[in-house]
Design a protein around this ligand. Structure first.
Ligand code: TDO
Length: 192
């Protein structure tokens, strides 16, 4: 695997190191040892699949508060997505900054999202599937979210939003929840 750290410390783009032959290629997609060597959480509590019928579908921006904060390894297995993560670690020099990256069926790139980040994506093609490995269990009571179009975050999505859940449309804006995020995302509360 080829690990490239992003400007958000601890968040990595992970590309496949393809060993090619006449059949195609082989590549390692996850390795506990390589993850640990790069300081990444190597626990897989869950592996999830999400399927999206329509281009423009948007899911996000999601997180779980500590001690249920989750790391995520996100990959697009069919179609294409624009993935965005936001640093919600109050002690971080890049607090509230974000990065975006296209993940698609051709590049097979994965994005490693550390704990205490918000995560979301927009689907760029009809019939797009994603898979993601989670470092912690789904814990509904610990869930939080921010609006995908929060003016304070300034996230730029490539397409008009065609489909979005009612939950994702109801998140309160950052200016209303920033105190709660700072308090509940403080590193002393993290299980990491
Ligand atoms: C995430 C999750 C959802 N569910 C249920 C709750 C709900 O009935 C149904 C769909 O859940 P959601 O609407 O939360 O699914 P979705 O909006 O796709 O949520 C996902 O979005 C992306 C951006 C992420 O980062 C993921 O961590 C996750 O939050 O599945 C589980 O049973 N287990 C799970 O682990």
């Amino acid at each position: 695997m080829i690990f490239t750290e992003t400007k958000l410390k601890g968040a990595y783009i992970i590309d496949l190191d393809r060993m090619k032959d006449e059949r195609g290629f082989f590549a390692r997609a996850f390795c506990q040892k390589e993850f640990r060597d790069h300081g990444l959480k190597a626990v897989i509590a869950q592996a999830n699949v999400a399927s999206n019928a329509r281009k423009g579908t948007l899911r996000g921006m999601h997180f779980q508060y500590p001690p249920a904060a989750e790391s995520k390894l996100v990959r697009c297995t069919r179609g294409a997505i624009l993935d965005i993560i936001v640093d919600l670690r109050p002690e971080s020099s890049t607090y509230l900054e974000h990065i975006s990256i296209e993940l698609n069926e051709d590049n097979m790139t994965a994005l490693y999202v550390p704990e205490r980040f918000a995560h979301g994506y927009q689907v760029l093609l009809d019939n797009t599937d994603t898979t993601y490995q989670m470092g912690e269990f789904y814990t509904p009571g610990a869930e939080g979210g921010l609006p995908y179009d929060d003016p304070w975050l300034g996230l730029r999505w490539p397409l008009p939003v065609s489909v979005i859940s009612s939950r994702d449309q109801a998140f309160r804006p950052l200016r209303e929840v920033e105190d709660e995020i700072e308090r509940r995302m403080s590193p002393t509360k993290s299980a990491a």
